[in-house]
Design a protein around this ligand. Structure first.
Ligand code: S3P
Length: 429
């Protein structure tokens, strides 16, 4: 796909539901005795994977116009005696959260995934679940496939979530619903807290003090609930960065999730000199929601360190594009987790930016970008089938002088199928 350079970014955008929240709502249906109505559920491929799997496990899924309805059958999960294969595709959230859900659900399960997911670390969720009495194994390399023989009850335990991974924390909390006593999780830096907010909304006894979360089990989720999912803030981030890189641009990102565990990139853009303001803010079903207005100005270099990383980990490829056009150097450290995403995002991001003419270098746990870039050559960017890299390179193309090609742009559908249409609607060339 060839993308032309842009002159300005302008518009008012709305986004499909947040991917992290959508996954949690779909997967929690397996633990719920009752029904869920989900409005503005993410339409991305990863969430479709979670939906397909809960359906395979016995949840009735019905799609109405703008709602998806999930209903547990007599027994929420049909008991499978021969392992049922659950292909998690490209989705780490599906694989890790599902491991936590199924650890406490009698039955025999085999979690698999595509080539990228099959390289990603799973021991971080398998080992603590074993400490809770789960019968769970993964491949020798610590990767998928994962085999689970679900147990009717689990034992509570205390954990240190050393990678500050929300997926690991969520898996343990979901398993903790089947344990008698306190499941306690501490993390060096707070990771996104959607599972905690959701469990609390559904009535579970869960509390948080600083970086320590405690859940008192067992708890049976029951009832009929309707959720309206706020727009995906990680999808919106690409448009925030696009506006930030064009002085004089203005974009409105309407009705997006404004959970502080996800909005770290707005703080960074502000430090860089971008205008960021929020309005129409309110709390919806325990999650903060509102409209962000972004205005582009002169961008300055910025430093991002470990404590901030969990709140912006998925936005680092987009932020790297803003850094390329800052008037001074920028540096990111404490982000080694970025090497364990859909691809090694440090190595792929930096090698592709270098190819495009951005002066930058890899660090073991981050990167450094010199700024003041001028992109004068028309080259083909290779996102290596990584959706967030493809979208970051598309924003880079807007700010290039002659345009850029993006190879396999289709991978954006993993998180944001409508990305290129949205982009086309707000660029003027
Ligand atoms: C996610 C948590 C993060 C994030 C991922 C979604 C979630 O991963 O990068 O895109 O929904 O919990 P980790 O838990 O591995 O940090």
């Amino acid at each position: 796909m060839f993308l032309e350079p842009a002159r300005q970014i302008a518009g008012s955008l709305r986004f499909p539901g947040d991917k992290s929240i959508s996954h949690r709502l779909v997967l929690i249906s397996l633990l719920l005795d009752g029904s869920l109505e989900l409005i503005n559920l993410s339409d991305c491929v990863d969430v479709a994977t979670s939906l397909k799997l809960v359906e395979k496990l016995g949840i009735a899924v019905r799609r109405d116009n703008n709602a998806v309805r999930l209903k547990s059958r007599q027994q929420a999960i049909t008991e499978f005696s021969t392992p049922v294969e659950l292909d998690c595709g490209n989705s780490g959230t599906t694989a890790r959260l599902l491991a936590g859900v199924l650890a406490g659900q009698p039955g025999s399960y085999l979690l698999t995934g595509d080539a990228s997911l099959s390289r990603r670390p799973m021991l971080r969720v398998v080992e603590p679940l074993r400490q809770m009495g789960a019968k769970i194994e993964c491949a020798d390399a610590g990767t998928l496939p994962i085999r689970i023989n679900g147990q009717p009850t689990l034992t509570p335990a205390a954990f240190f979530n050393r990678h500050s991974s929300a997926q690991v924390k969520s898996a343990l909390l979901l398993a903790g619903l089947r344990a008698t006593g306190s499941t306690v999780i501490e993390e060096p830096f707070s990771s996104r807290d959607h599972t905690e907010r959701l469990l609390s909304f559904l009535g579970a006894d869960i509390s948080q003090a600083e970086n320590r979360i405690s859940l008192n089990g067992p708890f049976r989720l029951a009832g009929a609930f309707s959720f309206t999912i706020p727009g995906d803030v990680s999808s919106a981030a690409f448009f925030a960065v696009a506006a930030a890189t064009f002085p004089g641009s203005r974009i409105e990102l309407k009705n997006i999730l404004l959970n502080p565990g996800r909005t770290g990139f707005f703080n960074v853009l502000k430090r860089m000199g971008t205008g960021v303001s929020f309005n129409e803010q309110n709390d919806r079903q325990n999650e903060p929601v509102g409209t962000a207005v972004i205005t582009g100005g002169t961008l300055h270099g910025v430093e991002i360190v470990a404590a901030e990383i969990p709140s912006l980990i998925d936005e680092l490829p987009a932020l790297a594009v803003a850094m390329a056009f800052a008037n001074g150097p920028s540096q990111v450290t404490g982000a080694s987790e970025l090497r364990r995403k859909e691809t090694d995002r440090i190595s792929n991001l930096i090698s592709q930016l270098q190819k495009a003419g951005v002066k930058c270098q890899e660090l073991p746990d981050g990167f450094r970008i010199e700024g003041n870039s001028r992109l004068t050559e028309v080259i083909a960017m290779e996102p290596a089938d990584d959706h967030r890299l493809a979208m970051a390179f598309a924003i880079l193309a807007c700010r290039s002088e002659k345009g850029l090609f993006i190879k396999n742009p289709d991978c954006v559908k993993i998180s944001f199928p409508d990305f290129f249409n949205c982009l086309q609607n707000c660029v003027s060339s």
